[in-house]
Structure formats: C-alpha cells, structure tokens
Design a protein around this ligand. Structure first.
Ligand code: SAH
Length: 224
C-alpha cells in the first residue's frame, strides 16, 4: 500500500511514522508513506499556498493551484483509490472505514490549514472527506496521522500477532474486555481467577461477557 500525504508541515508528520508498529510496517515494505511538501508545488516566489478569502472575513484559505498541481503530478504517476481531505465536516472516522481503507492500494491524504481549502479543490479533486471527531484542529496533519495509523496497523504482517487487531474494540461492534498482566496479586489486588485457570473456553466466555458488559455500560449505541 502507498499513502501520499500532502502537507505544508512535513516535519510535523515524521515522528508518527518513525516508531513502533508504523515504523515496522514501513521497514518491512508493507506500506510506503510519502510526506509531500505542498510548497514544492507553489509557483509563487514566496512559495505561498494560501490567500485571502473572497468575500472577506478572518482567516486565510488554501489556494487551488498548488494543490491541483500536486494532485495532478501524483495522478500522472499512478492510479489512486481515494483522494482524502481531512475536514471537521467530513464523515466521522470509524473502524469499518479503516478496515476498508487498509485494503486499498494507493491513497492521497490532503491536510488542510487556516480556514481550510478552496471549495473547488473539494468539489473537483477530493473523493472522500474524513473527520476524526467533532472538534477543530489547527491543521489536518494530526488527523492524517490518526487515519494512517488506524489503517496501517490492519495491513497483514504489521502487527506480529495478526489476531490481535481483530480482538480490538469496534471490530465486532464490541469494546475490548479488560486485560491484566503479572503480578497476579499486587498488594492484595487480584487478577480475575478465571484468567489464571488455563481453561481456554471459560476464558473466552469471560472475555465475551466482559466485552458485552463494557459495551452496554459505555457505548450502548454500538449494540443497536
Ligand atoms: N474552518 C474550518 C476548520 C479549519 S481547521 C471549519 O470550521 O470547518 C484547519 C484544518 O484542520 C482543516 O482544513 C482540516 O484539514 C483540519 N482539521 C481540523 N479539524 C479536523 C477534524 N476534526 N478532523 C479532520 N481534520 C481536521
């Protein structure tokens, strides 16, 4: 898989891909992540990528030219399954969307800034708009990192124990059960007995019950 992230702040996005599961997936060649500096596609002397909003008002707007130049240059090289724009008014990211995106071959993620991008970019170049939650970030970079992380960890081979990603929250519309590790007794605070029993079926049952209980308590909407 290939993820091309268009940003004015490539430095901000280096670290998330340089650690842990994401770094390993990249090192193994399971995914290629390219951080593309939008300013490289600006034809202005100052390399500017934004301008005043038509109609006035506070805040700059990202211009169509550099974004169009950049996306067209990428599209000339290969086909893209999706050209994603990170936006608070986009579709709310969820596990189902990440599962689907992890099966794609090439995607572009465009990070917005300031007041956002010229609407014509969204109308003519973007195929999918994703929000990571009902709050406003300063830029799309952290959203792009969240989207990419949720996708990359699902690519077969990214997590050493592949079943691990399938037992995480949301995969079956349930939240994950509680987890414990050694010591079994911490100053009298004990781990549930069943987990020490070695009885696989009982453990499986217990985990399922706990998942259900937790989902009913915290996210009853998932059970509908
Ligand atoms: N004026 C816009 C917000 C701009 S915030 C509005 O009110 O809708 C600047 C940029 O940060 C956006 O263009 C977008 O790319 C990114 N961003 C902000 N909040 C986000 C969110 N919840 N999810 C995804 N991207 C977000």
């Amino acid at each position: 898989m290939r993820i091309d992230i268009i940003t004015v702040l490539p430095e901000l996005l280096r670290s998330p891909f340089d650690h842990s599961i994401l770094k390993r997936a990249i090192d193994k060649g399971l995914v290629e992540v390219n951080l593309i500096n939008l300013r490289d596609y600006s034809t202005h002397k100052q390399k500017s990528v934004d301008d005043y909003a038509f109609g006035g008002g506070a805040g700059m707007v990202m211009s169509i030219e550099p974004i169009a130049n950049c996306i067209n240059a990428l599209k000339a090289e290969r086909m893209y399954d999706e050209v994603i724009y990170t936006s608070p008014d986009g579709e709310l990211l969820n596990q189902k969307m990440s599962n689907h995106m992890s099966t794609l071959k090439n995607i572009i993620i465009l990070c917005g800034h300031y007041k956002g991008v010229d609407q014509r970019v969204r109308d003519h170049f973007i195929t999918k708009e994703i929000s990571i939650g009902d709050y406003v970030l300063s830029g799309g970079e952290l959203a792009a990192a969240v989207i990419s992380d949720s996708i990359i960890r699902l690519i077969p081979g990214a997590i050493s124990d592949e079943t691990s990603a399938l037992t995480d929250s949301f995969q079956d519309n349930l939240l994950a059960p509680p987890v414990y590790t050694r010591p079994a007794d911490y100053n009298g605070i004990k781990v549930p007995e069943v987990l020490l029993s070695g009885h696989a079926a009982n453990i499986e049952n217990w985990r399922h019950e706990e998942s259900l209980k937790r989902t009913k308590e915290r996210r009853p909407d998932l059970l509908k």
